[in-house]
Design a protein around this ligand. Structure first.
Ligand code: GCV
Length: 723
């Protein structure tokens, strides 16, 4: 080894062992020197040089990423060479671009992984040991490179290396709720990443790092703008900015999409109407779409929120959602673009239970949409609550491709500061059995197309990324971005396996750190359910800002107020959604419907979602509803305390900066979990009129005190000292 390389190794090793401060910018792509000496030796022997045959922007970024990763992980510069001239060469490419890859017996495996998949395996070429990263398309090779790097980052063995994987869902998108003024709706990580005022002239290096992070987890699309859309993004000046972003993202396999404001033909087109059946409106959208494709040739399509929460839509002209979606779909079809039409619709004017409305509006339209329309459905029928049952539309529209939309940003789950790992929440929804075609008709099979055989599939996560240095406002929020991508790629992955990878890559492979942190992450979702909305309660937060508990709030639109949802009275608690109430339960297929409708079979976790339960009724635990409620609220706080203690025991195992920042956030979380517990218990106690059972910590203040508390100005870093 040359002296320069040795020096480099020494510097890198020192950097790794000294636990230098880290600010989180590098996400799970930190590539620190491998700390396990035996693994490091194995890797250095197995990975000695790099051959990339073929040339394209995607192959170039794949090669750059591999070189960068190996430089960090192995502490040596792995040279690019022209051929397999030694043991340990990594060969990257596609059969079309690389004669070497084409010569290997990989045809069958490559056929199985399709357009975006990859095959990574240890083999020999001309008697020399090599590692091949092969794919049918360049983007597959990029994904294969990230898979290989993941193996190294998690200190996995290379012996008998044989990875072959392909995404099960086609559209794997981040939906940014970013506004053109730089703000982010429900964003808790600073402002928008997109610097509209600087674009297209100035390209922030963060755009490329954002694309790298997304590609590393298989995300292949970004909807750049808020669903509460601004038509100006469709004007030439903004399209030039969009094109500049698309240029940065393209090598990483990421397409851009935009939100289409339905009234754009009026607002920026000078028309008098946006009626989707009006020929002039249809012609305007066709011209607009043609214009977009002239500047962004691989534009993905439109995401639309229509006739929902004040947004314009086809119903303004007495047309259906299908009429609106199909008009846009017709304009996009010649270019291969899609429309993602959201099913998040409900109206204050409609007296029906809000959670029933999307199903009622959309099921009659099944089969009425053009083939390039996907209907985008939130995971639950209400609105990204800590726990909801799965949305009854899943399984109920067999002739329409349904995408699932989840929220990565934690609007209702503690915003920036609370440590809540969302893997278990998403796993629960994906595993839910709709029974649409009998047992085993899971939500995952609806959205990956395997249940109804649909040609188009997709999943979208409302992004939690912003301009903060750590991207997501807090270190553990990065795990949710990561988990979303991994589950979008493979909706069968376990939440624990994803957490394991993420911890190892983001912090350390030290087992004394990985195991307890994984336990914290896996417990965190149930903790937030318990301290905010136990037993199937929902929507108990402050109106508008959605921060902190306010079960007492009853002013304004009924379906935006907690009292509409919890229905507490002196008899009991919960929303009767059975046949004696709103009958929302009838929207599920049997036997799910019967299971939820029957007080004896409904899971405790959804009890108060479907039933109004008497305060003295006994639950499975043997405790009465009132006792169980207090028990769950208290358990939520106890879990957070345990998380804090666990974290305190990990001091010194990671860098000081991230350790301290997580400690600070956990302190906030504990304070606020208590706030939720105490305010909620005191509020419900007015109805139960029962004392807090013995053995539980009494509330710190009176109900009046909590009702007077105002939301901190900055919910990202609350200074609600009074809590
Ligand atoms: C973008 C919830 C949020 C809104 C959001 C809406 C939606 O109501 O509070 O901020 O608007 O969902 O998903 O359209």
């Amino acid at each position: 080894m040359s002296r320069v390389v040795l020096l480099l190794c020494a510097l890198l090793a020192w950097g790794g062992s000294a636990l230098r401060a880290e600010d989180g910018y590098d996400l799970w792509l930190r590539y620190p020197l491998v700390s396990d000496a035996a693994r490091l030796r194995e890797y250095r022997a197995a990975l000695t040089a790099l051959v990339v045959e073929g040339d394209s922007p995607t192959l170039r970024v794949a090669a750059d990423e591999l070189a960068r990763g190996l430089r960090g992980l192995l502490g040596v510069e792995v040279p690019r060479v022209g051929r397999v001239d030694r043991d340990g060469v990594i060969v990257v490419g596609t059969p079309a671009g690389s004669r070497l890859i084409a010569s290997l017996p990989l045809a069958k495996e490559l056929r199985a992984v399709g357009a975006e998949g990859y095959v990574v395996r240890a083999t020999t070429v001309g008697g020399r040991r090599v590692v091949v990263v092969a794919a049918n398309r360049d983007v597959g090779a990029l994904y294969g490179v990230f898979a290989l790097l993941r193996r190294l980052q998690t200190h996995g063995s290379l012996r008998g290396l044989a990875l072959a994987d392909a995404p099960r869902i086609q559209l794997r998108l981040l939906d940014h709720w970013d506004n053109l003024d730089g703000s982010v709706e429900r964003g808790y990580a600073g402002g928008s990443l997109w610097k509209w005022d600087e674009l297209p002239g100035t390209i922030s290096p963060r755009y490329r790092d954002y694309a790298r992070a997304n590609a590393s987890i298989g995300i292949n699309g970004a909807v750049l703008t808020n669903v509460n859309a601004d038509a100006r993004v469709l004007t030439p000046a903004y399209l030039a900015k969009v094109a500049a972003l698309a240029d940065v993202f393209r090598p990483y396999g990421i397409r851009v999409y935009l939100t289409a404001r339905f009234s754009a033909p009026i607002e920026i087109g000078g028309l008098k109407t946006a009626d989707p059946l009006d020929p002039a409106v249809r012609a305007w959208w066709r011209r607009k779409v043609d214009e977009i494709y002239r500047v962004v040739p691989d534009f993905g399509g439109f995401l639309v929120k229509a006739n929902s929460e004040g947004q314009p839509g086809p119903q303004d002209y007495h047309r259906s959602h299908a009429d609106g979606a199909n008009m846009l779909a017709d304009a996009l079809a010649p270019h291969g673009g899609v429309v993602m039409w959201r099913a998040f619709v409900y109206s204050a004017a409609v007296p029906a239970d809000r959670v029933k409305q999307a199903y009622d509006e959309f099921t009659p339209l099944d089969g009425a949409f053009r083939p390039n329309v996907l209907v985008q459905v939130k995971n639950g029928p209400l609105d990204f609550q800590p726990r909801e049952p799965f949305h009854p539309l899943f399984g109920a529209m067999p002739r329409t491709p349904l995408m699932m939309e989840v929220q990565i940003t934690k609007e209702y789950l503690g915003m920036a500061t609370h440590l809540v790992y969302l893997g278990p929440l998403w796993r629960e929804v994906l595993d839910a059995d709709t029974y649409a075609r009998g047992a085993g008709s899971t939500v995952a099979k609806v959205i990956d197309g395997s249940l109804f055989g649909g040609a188009r599939t997709g999943i979208a996560g409302v992004s939690n990324v912003g301009s903060d240095r750590d991207w997501t406002g807090a270190h553990f929020n990065q795990a949710n971005w990561y988990a979303f991508g991994r589950l979008a790629w493979d909706p069968g992955l376990s939440a624990a396996a994803i957490a394991d990878e993420w911890i190892r890559m983001t912090f350390t492979n030290d087992p004394a750190f990985v195991a307890p942190v994984k336990a914290m992450m896996l417990a965190s979702r149930e903790a937030v359910v318990n301290y905010m909305t136990p037993l199937g309660l929902a929507h108990l937060m402050g109106t508008g800002h959605h921060y902190g508990p306010a079960p007492w709030a009853d002013a304004g639109r009924p379906d935006w107020t907690p009292s509409y949802y919890h229905r507490a009275d002196t008899l009991g608690l919960g929303f009767d959604r059975t046949a004696t109430g709103s009958n929302a339960v009838a929207q599920y297929f049997p036997p799910v419907r019967d299971r939820f409708a029957n007080r004896a079979t409904v899971p405790d976790s959804l009890l108060l979602w479907f039933h109004h339960v008497g305060w003295n009724e006994r639950l499975r635990s043997g405790r009465t509803l009132w006792e169980e409620l207090v028990h769950r609220y208290s358990a939520g706080v106890d879990t957070v305390r345990w998380m804090r203690r666990t974290w305190e025991g990990l001091r010194g195992r990671i860098d000081a900066q991230r350790y301290a920042e997580v400690s600070r956030d956990l302190a906030i979380q504990e304070r606020e979990a208590k706030w939720w517990r105490d305010a909620s218990i005191l509020y419900f106690q007015q109805f139960s009129r029962m004392p807090i059972p013995a053995g539980y910590e009494p509330p710190a203040h009176t109900l009046e005190y909590y009702m007077r508390l105002t939301c901190p100005a900055d919910p990202r870093r609350p200074t609600c000292d009074a809590v």
